[in-house]
Design a protein around this ligand. Structure first.
Ligand SMILES: [Zn+2]
Length: 326
């Protein structure tokens, strides 16, 4: 359990799952944005992912090192989306970064883009001004909450961009890596393309716990932006058919197979609603007007932007044409 040098982070909550296994769940308004995992193998400490910002990752590093009184041996990157690995650069060279070959390759591409975007902050400042103006009159609570969280996130990124140097995986793997520590074993496995180009999961069969990265979005909208929805479904079915009782998602609270079932239902429902609009020749704007049944209507709180990305992905997938200005 947390000792004297542990600090209460405003970015994440520490949730013990078993002795030596913790989930670090992002707090609303904080700078973690995604969740991470801490694992004590007995003779070494592993992390799963490293958050969206240096600020949140500094707390993660401090707290993990104070928990076990030793440096972090390794950070496993579940996939290439930058909200899971920007923070990795606060760890020094003693901490190895491990990712699949595909994930490393995609991280290199994203990293170059991020560094490029960080060169010129004027567009970001412009965006914040526009968003703040909209916030003054916006009545839709779903849009308001999404805007507020995007403004906070952009401010954190802007504050850090001067010192940000991306860190990429030092080691790569293809399919499976088995860790056998003095206290427990763990299995890192690539589930291939689905949510992202390649999604890896960390399985703890003896504990009944799995860190599933962004295969899981619990109590919140999944992000379909770069996915292949059929393969994404297969990744979820892998956990639905498994014996893991505790699932740590990349976004949202710790859950279980019921959350996986609900996420699959969201996929079905979105395909059904957006597909119907495309079939009758409706526009993208009409597709954006679909209403989600409970409990998915609540999932919209936290980002109409993500909803728009998801509707757009499905609209185009069913053969609809999105005009550029939309
Ligand atoms: Zn992701």
């Amino acid at each position: 359990m947390p000792n004297a040098s542990w600090i209460e982070s405003k970015h994440f909550t520490l949730k013990p799952l078993n002795k030596g296994v913790y989930a670090c769940i992002h707090k609303p308004g904080g700078a973690a944005y995604s969740s991470a995992g801490i694992l004590d193998l007995g003779d070494s400490t592993l992390l799963v992912d490293a958050f969206d910002t240096l600020a949140a990752a500094r707390d993660l590093r401090h707290n993990t090192e104070s928990l076990f009184e030793r440096p972090v041996e390794m950070i496993i990157l579940t996939h290439a989306h930058s909200d899971h690995w920007i923070g990795a650069s606060v760890f020094d060279a003693n901490t190895t970064l491990l990712a699949s070959k595909t994930t490393r390759q995609v991280c290199l591409e994203w990293g170059a883009e991020i560094v490029n975007e960080f060169q010129d902050t004027s567009e970001w400042e412009e965006w914040i001004k526009k968003a703040e103006k909209q916030l003054r009159t916006e009545q839709d609570e779903r849009v308001r909450v999404g805007l507020e969280s995007s403004i906070t996130r952009t401010r954190y990124a802007m504050a850090e961009m001067v010192e940000f140097q991306p860190r990429y995986a030092d080691q790569t793997f293809d399919d499976v890596v088995i860790f056998q520590g003095s206290k427990r074993g763990a299995e890192l496995r690539s589930l291939g393309r689905g949510h992202s180009e390649d999604d890896a999961v960390l399985l703890l069969p003896q504990d009944g716990i799995a860190f599933i990265g962004d295969i899981g979005f619990f109590d919140t909208q999944p992000f379909l932006g770069f996915c292949d929805i059929d393969l994404y479904r297969k990744q979820l079915l892998f956990f639905q058919d498994s014996d893991f009782q505790v699932l740590v998602p990349g976004h949202g609270p710790v859950g279980d197979k019921d959350d996986v079932a609900l996420q699959l239902k969201y996929f079905d429902m979105m395909e059904d609603l957006v597909g119907t609009v495309v079939q009758r020749g409706g526009s993208f704007e009409e597709a954006m007007q679909i209403t989600l049944p409970e409990p998915f209507d609540k999932w919209l709180i936290g980002g109409m932007e993500r909803f728009k990305v998801n509707v757009r992905y499905l609209f185009e997938r069913f053969g609809g044409e999105v005009l550029e200005e939309e």
